[in-house]
Design a protein around this ligand. Structure first.
Ligand code: ZN
Ligand code: ZN
Length: 379
């Protein structure tokens, strides 16, 4: 009888363990939409066993779902396939294998690949292509022209990668001008994995090329990132009309992106500002506290982003905090001093802050305003 009990226990344990090991859980990324656009969380650069990655293509879909992403591109190297003796299949295989799972899990899968050349021109990701096989040709110029013929676009990956730029500084060469002049170089990776390239960020500003940041993950994502612990892979936030291949393509061509790396955000001033204003809500009144010369209100951060604030301008009559942080999902009691003894009821006051972790250009932080209406309450 004891043996039977024990056996039952073992069977129950095995069943429970099996069930648990099959469970996938998602940690969504909370970022409110901005006026006119959804905010899509996207990673346009990753690898599978069909090049030098270590996972099967469907796992990239499951990982994207777990990480709360909306869209990904699997971008295996065309020219570098170290497992090809054991992993057969053409250059479309990873996309074809992952497509069905992507539809079932609600992840938009963009057909892509990585054109992998020595510098110049370095590595280029092709997105929105219909067939990766014709890109397996010697001439990179013919490969680029093929991407154009298929209606695809290109972005330049890790332009300052130390393996190709020993000093770690990206250089814009004649070959890049040639690609740019084809009209399909629509993006530059200003962040690849965890590496930020300020010079590439500046090119995006100067040449009006879209800013992108991607994981370029080769191993399982769980070996690098744990969303449940608050860290995340580098992604591109895309401001799109809907979650579809066409809408994402339109957004990239139109420059509607912000790169999210760690707690830092890079993007056009307009989109950084809209992201901030959608995420951060000031309670629309200011309540007098005790003693009367202290005012306070609530500032709510409705997102998983962090905003590090530093005062940009002094406002006469009010002593705003010099610096503070708006942490993910937190509401902060924002207290400041009124220089006079009676607050101006009904008056709107504006505090001007620099968001020290939002960068429209290298070294330039976003300046934004917090507005409060004074409503006197309490004593
Ligand atoms: Zn690469
Ligand atoms: Zn890569």
């Amino acid at each position: 009888m004891k043996t039977l009990h024990f056996l039952f226990f073992v069977v129950a344990l095995v069943c429970t363990t099996t069930t648990l090991s099959q469970e996938l859980t998602k940690k969504a990324i909370a970022i409110p939409d901005i006026p006119g656009y959804h905010v899509l969380k996207c990673d346009f650069h990753m690898h599978t066993v069909f090049s030098d990655g270590q996972v099967w293509p469907t796992q990239r879909i499951e990982e994207a779902w777990q990480d709360g992403l909306d869209a990904i591109a699997i971008t295996d190297h065309i020219e570098y396939r170290p497992h090809k003796e054991f992993v057969k299949g053409d250059h479309n295989a990873a996309y074809t294998i992952a497509l069905d799972k992507s539809k079932k899990m609600g992840i938009t899968l963009i057909h892509g690949c990585e054109i992998t050349r020595k510098m110049p021109p370095g590595h280029l990701n092709a997105l929105f292509i219909s067939d990766a096989n014709p890109l397996a040709i010697d001439s990179f110029r013919l490969a680029v022209e093929e991407v154009k013929k298929q209606g695809g676009i290109l972005f330049w990956n890790h332009p300052g990668w130390v393996n190709q730029q020993p000093d770690g500084i990206a250089k814009w060469l004649d070959e890049h001008t040639w690609i740019y002049n084809t009209g399909i170089l629509k993006g530059l990776e200003i962040v690849n994995e965890q590496t930020y390239y300020p010079e590439v960020h500046q090119w995006c500003v100067d040449k009006n090329i879209t800013m992108l940041g991607n994981s370029d993950i080769h191993l399982p994502t769980s070996m690098y990132y744990n969303r449940a612990e608050g860290n995340h892979r580098t992604i591109t936030l895309v401001f799109a009309k809907e979650n579809s291949t066409e809408a994402i393509k339109d957004a990239i061509i139109d420059g509607r992106t912000v790169v999210w790396n760690g707690t830092t955000l890079y993007g056009k001033e307009k989109y950084l500002n809209e992201l901030f204003k959608s995420a951060v809500v000031c309670k629309n009144d200011t309540i007098t506290a005790t003693p009367k010369e202290w005012l306070q209100t609530e500032i709510c951060n409705n997102s998983d982003l962090t905003f590090t604030m530093q005062i940009a301008k002094k406002v006469e009559g009010y002593n705003f905090p010099e610096s503070f942080a708006l942490k993910p999902g937190e509401t902060m009691l924002f207290s400041f001093r009124n220089a006079g003894t009676t607050p101006d009821t009904g008056k709107e006051i504006t505090a001007v802050y620099n968001v020290m972790n939002m960068f429209p250009a290298p070294g330039k932080t976003l300046q934004t305003e917090l507005k409060f209406n004074i409503v006197t309450k309490g004593k």
